[in-house]
Write a new protein. Structure first.
Length: 230
């Protein structure tokens, strides 16, 4: 059992170290907008890096409804990941599966999906996802507090983490997949056009995301019927 704990803790720490710079950047970026409690609660209760950065971007010029819809769409992929994990751990009771699902992220899903049958246990999964979660929350707070001793220019410059994170999430899914490239390009172009014609940023993001996602779905259905898009 000790070996199980060590392996899971090591996996969670590996993910957490990857989160560290982004969590610190989020804490610094949130400082001019939110207080420490609100920033900490966002990381603790939302626990979605891209969604949290997007929330910060939308807070000043978007309605709460627009923010909720945008974050729901952005994080909807977590449903699929949680369903897969629940299927893999179907031998566990629903309470344990629910506890694990609360802390699923892209990185923890990618790592745990490679676990063999011997590692499909509550301890292995929960320790892995929870340790990485602690890294995210703790270093969000660290980032917020270090903002006190950092120059204003450096704090403002940390806002680039938003764009770096979005690019990091986007690029691996593109590759040579024409459909994904079309969807990403359409979303960016439509969002830019809507902003230029005077649509509120929050509403523009929601419209662009819904439209691009719908086109992506239609292209995927076409691929299934006629073969891959060339």
């Amino acid at each position: 059992m000790k070996d199980v704990y060590k392996r899971a803790f090591s996996d969670g720490t590996t993910i957490g170290l990857g989160y560290l710079p982004v969590a610190v950047a989020f804490g610094i970026t949130a400082k001019p907008i939110l207080d420490l409690l609100a920033t900490s609660l966002m990381s603790a209760m939302n626990y979605g890096g891209a969604g949290q950065f997007l929330t910060l971007q939308m807070l000043n010029d978007s309605s709460y409804i627009a923010i909720i819809i945008a974050i729901f769409i952005l994080n909807s992929r977590m449903f699929v990941m949680s369903f897969k994990i629940n299927y893999d751990l179907r031998h566990l009771n629903i309470v344990k599966r629910f506890m694990i699902s609360l802390f699923v992220t892209d990185e923890s899903f990618a790592l745990t999906s490679r676990y063999g049958p011997e590692r499909k246990t509550f301890a292995d999964y929960f320790i892995t996802v929870f340790v990485s979660y602690l890294f995210w929350v703790v270093f969000t707070i660290v980032g917020y507090l270090t903002g006190e001793i950092m120059s204003e220019r450096l704090v403002i410059a940390s806002g680039i983490a938003l764009y770096a994170l979005f690019i990091a999430l986007l690029m691996p899914s593109l590759g040579s997949n024409v459909r994904n490239i079309i969807v990403a390009g359409l979303g960016m172009t439509l969002h830019f056009f809507l902003i230029e014609v005077g649509i509120a940023p929050g509403i523009a993001i929601v419209i662009a995301m819904l439209t691009a996602s719908s086109v992506g779905l239609l292209l995927e259905l076409r691929e299934r019927k006629r073969g891959p898009v060339s």
